[in-house]
Structure formats: C-alpha cells, structure tokens
Write a protein of this length. Structure first.
Lengths: 350, 350
DNA sequence: TATAGGATTGGGAGCGCTTCCATTTCGTGC
DNA sequence: GCACGAAATGGAAGCGCTCCCAATCCTATA
C-alpha cells in the first residue's frame, strides 16, 4: 500500500538477502518468516504480510544454509555414465532423462547431472563429495559398475534404473528383460518358425544377458535347438548387419535382435541377400524406439515406456526422501509385445 | 602402525563424519584439522598425524557447511540452453562441453549442468536458486536470452561463451565472427570469384548476424554487389541444400555458408545440378568440424578450436572466482582460415 | 640464560537457516 | 468476565565448517 511507505523501508525495490532482513522488514521474527516460506503454521494476517514483503524483495533462500540446518536441499543427482557423444543420439537415454527431468521439475526438485566424461571412479568421487545432494538416480546397466556399487554402499539414498542380481535389495526401476525376451521369442515360434536365431546385446550388460536367457528359455520350452544360433552383437546397427549375415549362413527362419538398432541392421542384411521379410526370415527387435514403426517392413518389437521409467525412478527417489525409513521401492515396469509386419506377413500396417 | 592400535580408536576402519570427529581422533583442534585439509600452515608432524587419520577414515567435508562458512563450494554451473536432442549430436556443443569439463575436472572443481529441457525462465530460476554455486558459464548465442540477462544482472560471477553487443562489459570467450567471415569471403574473392553468395546461419543468433556483416564488409570492400545474394539458412544441412538451389538460380560462382553443416548441404545441391566444385562454384563453410576435411572435395572453412573455447571459459571463471575484484576477462580466441579443395581446385589435399 | 619474534595452535564467533521449546496471544465455554 | 486450551510466535540452539584472534610454543639471538 502506498500509505505504508513511511514505515522506514528504504526503497520500494527492497533487497533482502537473509531471513533476518525479511524479519526486520515485516516486524515478525525470523522463525515466523521461515514458517511462512516453508508452509508451516502461521496466522493468516501474518502470512499475508510476510508474503507481501516477499513479493517485492526478490529474496532467495540460501540453499547451503538450508541443507545444513535441515539436511534437505531439494537437489538430487542423476548419473548416466555414458559418453555424451553416444548418450543423446540414443533415444533410449534421452527418453529416460526426459522422464526424470520432467518429474523432478514438476515437483520443484533441482537436479545435478553427471555424464560419462570422466572415469567411473572420478564420477563416484564427485557425486559423494557433492554433499548437498539429497539423493541420486543412476542408470545401472552394466554388470560391473563401481559407481553403482559405491553409491549403494554409501548413505546417500539411491534409486537405480535397471539392476543387477546383486542389487536386489536396492530401490530400482527396471523391466523383466528375461520374460519379455521369452515372450517375443515365443511369438516367433508361434508363427511357425523353428530356427530362430538371436543377435545379443553387449555382453556384460544386464539387458544383454537377460535377453539371451529369456530367448533360451523360450527355445528350450518349445523343444527347439539354439546352441549355435546365438551370435554376439553390441546393440549397434553395425553389429546387427554382420551378425545377421552369420545367422543367414546357418539357415535361420527368424531372428530376434536384442534391440531395435541391431534389428534394423539385420533387416538390411536380409534384404540385401534377396530374402523376404517376413516370408523367408521373420525379425524382431526390442525397445520400440521411434524408427521401429517406420522400417520397411515395420518392426515387431517389445515396447518399454522409457519416459515412464524415468518418471517412475524420480518418483521412487522422492518417496524415499520423504520417508527415509520406508522399505526400498522396487518397480518392474510392464513391457508390451508390439507385433508388426516384420513377423506377420500380410497383416496390414498396424 | 599396528603398535598404535591401543590409542582408544574403536575399529581400524574408523568413520569420521565431521571435523570434530577427526579432531577427537587426532587429538588436535578442529581448526588445525581444517588447516591441514585446506593447505593452511601446520607443523609437519601435526600434518602427518592428521593425514594418517584422514587416510583410514574416508572423511568427506560437508560442502554445504563449507559454502556457508567460506562462501566457496568448488562447484560451478554450466548452462547450455539447447534442446538435448540437438545438443550432443552437434559437434559444436559437445566439443565446447568437453573443454569445460576437462579444465574444471583438472582443477578439482565440480560442475552442475543445465540443458535446455525447461523454459529459459525456469532455468534461470533454478540456477539462481542454487545458491551453492560459485559461478556460472553460459553459452550466449542468441540475441535475446533471459537466462544470460538474468545471470549478468545477478551477483553470481558469470562467464559467457559468445556474447552480444550488450554484453561487452561482461566476461566472455568468443571469436571475431565478423572478421573471420570477412576473411573467408575475401579469400573467395581473391581466387577470382565475383558473384559470391552467402547462406546465413539462424537469424537471431549472434554468429549468424555477425557472419552476414563480415561477408557484406568483404564484398563491399571489393566493390562487388551482394544485395540479392544472401539467402537465409539456419545452420542445418537441409537449409544449405535449399538455399544453394536458390543461389544457383541467381548464378553464383562461389558460396560462403555460415557453418560446415549447411556447406555440406550446399555441396550436395551443387553437385546434383551437375556443376563442378570448385571449378564452377567454389564453396566455404565455418567451424571446421570433423567431417569438413572428409567431404568431397574437402571443405574450405574457418577453424575455431572449440575445445579450447570451453577450457578458456572455465579458466576465466576460475580466475574470476580467485580474485573477485579483478576486471572482467574478455577473450577473443583466434580463428584460422583453412583452405581446402572446395575453393582451390587442383591443389592436392592439404 | 633470558627474551624477542615467528611459527603453531586452540577458542570462539558466525555463515543463514530450521526447529524445538517456552512464552504469549487469542478464542471459547462457563 | 474469567479460566482454559489451542494457536501463534519468538528465543535460542545447532547444522559443519572457516577464519580471526589471542594464547602458547619454539628457536635463535643477545
């Protein structure tokens, strides 16, 4: 109010740096100002008065002081230890990150990002040294990972995206790779294929290994032989190209690739060799990334809602922070078998 | 030493959470421990004793407390407000980031990364709210940028990568776009071309505008007409493709593109139209990214050492932090005209 | 053997905030 | 109009650290 301009406040655009400044400006105690800001109990009139001052003051709470006093900073760390050059072109990680940032932003939580431009040891050291973090989300995709080990061994609340056997007691968001791989392999068998090959993902990754296991399980259950039909790949298109060539030599009538990128590569090889998809060789991928539906023919694959994974991980971490005593939160996200023409000829585009 | 195991320390793998814990463990005061850790003066014997305890203790200083007490946290922010999907595929930004992280890591400084997955307003708010930052490096490439404005208007020490006219009193690392564009245009004129076209970068970016200005300056100085020879592009290959088509209609004998990506696009168009490079139309780009030397023919361009830019920005910020009183640090990085076959026929590959 | 002067050390204040607890204020029922 | 309990508020401690300053310890000099 203009009439109040005589209450000793210097200028209208007052600057208040600390709670004490605000306290002096409003005439209440620092404790009360703190309560208003943090949503504690306060008389309606007091609240209004403080908020008025707050509005014309551009006050920002000191995050360091906050963390020190309360143990909470409202900032979490996100560690995706993958070379930045590989990270963002890959729809897998960018969707994951998108989901995480979306949920955190919505909840007003800040985030610190670590990518793989240092050694894992250095990254771990940095993260643990950054003691104003409230917690961490980390992608745990490889079987050996000192950063994951280090974080789980620390007192910092941690949520994994993906998990190893050894991480079963931690909080994580993951999918059942084995069962999804089993399901898609079974699909290929169901449409009448008997010589189903598998192009693996990178050995040493959880997803890679588990998908092999799922594939084997399905083949064994169907009574089909597969011991020579597994060729190692590494999740890249290139590996799909060459692995498919090997498999064609062995005479397969279907190929399950550990992800969509390698499936795209396999597709190239098959068509280059003059064979038809799916008539001669059916093919299936994993992930259902953007381009999968636009391949020719559209690719049968396993859909995982990666953005949801990210959001779920963020949600899990915030819950953990809200109630440190609670049990670890383990979320297995659903996957969906998406059948397209690469495995079912004649069916019109979905 | 094993013989020392009787000095009352509970286990060998002692845990010390605070300086006071360490003080109790070593028998010196908290102040002394702090001095040893931070490289203050301490007697050699004391220093050794403290460090011994430090070694078997896995103590980590509390960054929040540090920031509160000293004002320094050893963490800086890096803001590259570009959509992550565009960011990392682009060698420009990834090299810049690489340089920044390299120098910061080497100096033991932590970093917090903000990418463009929120609105600029939200980003600004987050960064300013993150009060444990010691300073910020931000890429300032567009003419309008509320984040840059907000940071420069705050008390947070800030170093820009790139700069607008209005930022002339800030600290920045940049190149002289105008003069580099002038130089490369002049080069095209020198080899005898008189109808030199220009495919601009995104209008609204500093680099885009300044390169137009440099081009115009060179043309004007040579007494050549250019008013109809400027076609807008946006730094993408696609824009190079279509802009070049327009320019060919007008009958140019050389094209200067605002960056290498659009030059690659222009190259495609020219060759598709049956014209020879450089005999019929010479072509030049800007940046000297990886692929420029591998185009056919190799591309004449302006090299900027982007990794160096990043390192220089980090260095500038750390200097600023070390001596807050010092004048802003403005660095114009050198550029280098790299002449390859796209503008000089017959000359063997460099 | 004193003693000045430097090196080393410990005490303690204080960074800005949250939060417990005691005090004050208020609204209500009798 | 008074006592009572609940609501609102202020005082003060303390989070873990740095850094100033004063106290103590040496060492070299007279």
């Amino acid at each position: 109010m203009v009439g109040k301009a005589s209450d000793g406040v210097p200028r209208d655009e007052t600057v208040a740096r600390t709670l004490d400044d605000l306290a002096a400006l409003t005439g209440v105690s620092r404790a009360t100002v703190s309560r208003v800001i943090n949503g504690g109990t306060a008389a309606e009139a007091t609240r209004r008065r403080v908020q008025e001052v707050l509005a014309r003051t551009s006050y920002r709470p000191n995050a360091a002081a906050r963390k020190l006093a309360s143990g909470r900073s409202g900032v979490v760390g996100v560690v995706v230890h993958v070379d930045p050059h590989l990270l963002f072109p890959d729809p897998y990680f960018s969707q994951l990150l998108q989901g995480i940032t979306d949920h955190l932003a919505e909840q007003g939580t800040g985030m610190m990002l670590w990518l793989g431009n240092r050694t894992k040891e250095a990254t771990l050291d940095h993260v643990l040294g950054m003691s104003f973090l409230d917690g961490v989300i980390i992608s745990a995709h490889t079987l050996e990972d000192p950063v994951v080990d280090g974080l789980l061994g620390s007192t910092l609340p941690t949520v994994l995206i993906g998990h190893r056997r050894a991480d079963r007691s931690a909080s994580y968001v993951d999918i059942d790779n084995e069962q999804a791989a089993d399901a898609i392999t079974t699909h290929l068998i169901t449409i009448g294929r008997t010589r189903v090959g598998h192009v693996t993902g990178s050995r040493g990754t959880v997803a890679g290994e588990d998908r092999v296991t799922g594939y084997q399980r399905a083949m064994r259950r169907a009574g089909l032989r597969f011991d020579r039909l597994i060729v190692d790949g590494d999740f890249t298109r290139e590996s799909g190209v060459s692995a498919a060539a090997e498999l064609l030599e062995l005479g397969v009538d279907a190929i399950f690739c550990a992800n969509d990128a390698s499936a795209a590569g396999a597709l190239e090889t098959i068509r280059a060799s003059g064979l038809r998809v799916p008539e001669d060789v059916a093919i299936a991928g994993f992930d259902d990334v953007e381009f999968a539906a636009h391949l020719d023919p559209p690719l049968t694959t396993v859909r995982q809602a990666l953005r949801q994974h990210g959001m779920e991980a963020a949600r899990a971490l915030l819950q953990l922070l809200g109630d440190p005593g609670r049990a670890p939160r383990r979320v297995l996200m659903p996957t969906e078998l998406v059948i397209r023409q690469s495995s079912v000829g004649g069916v019109p585009h979905e």
